[in-house]
Design a protein around this ligand. Sequence first.
Ligand SMILES: [Zn+2]
Length: 189
Amino acid sequence: MIINKFKNSLITLNLFLFLSLWIEKVYSMAIKERKGIKKTKNYSFIKEYDYEILIVLLIALGVFLLVEDLEIKHYMYLGLRWFLFSIGDIIKIIRDNVILLFQKEIFELSDLVGISLILLALHLAAKRWRDREIQRYPDIKECPDCGGKLQRIQRTPKQKIISFLYVAQLKNYTCKNCTFTGIKMLKKT
Ligand SMILES: [Zn+2]
């Protein structure tokens, strides 16, 4: 009885989906035609027939579930169980290895703290260094030699590397009137 009810509701659901999808497609096609939107010729197969593919898949899934009934559920259960157990096993392996690493005292907690402190110090030093470099190249708006207008020019490879290393914006300028060239550094926002 329960299985029959399940079958019937599944068939109804499939029919409903089938109908609604077709109504939607016909409706959207009608709108496109009214608006005069022409279909482009090099449409991909999947894009062109996405509705049909979806419909076929739904029907296939519905039929498959009806025919296989209990057996499919058994296999789905087994598959799901296998999947969950595998994830559990992987987590266990990772956990055991991490614990082993600490037990063997390859990494002591003090080592980790030490490494972290050194990395933090290096990071702060790099930041300080960059800020100082940026200060060395203040925001220039006109040529300091003749007061002429500045024009941006392409950066040299060396300047590009510096920009990358400092994580800063670097702009190369030249004066329109004289031979002055200068760079401007900005923090990347
Ligand atoms: Zn100048």
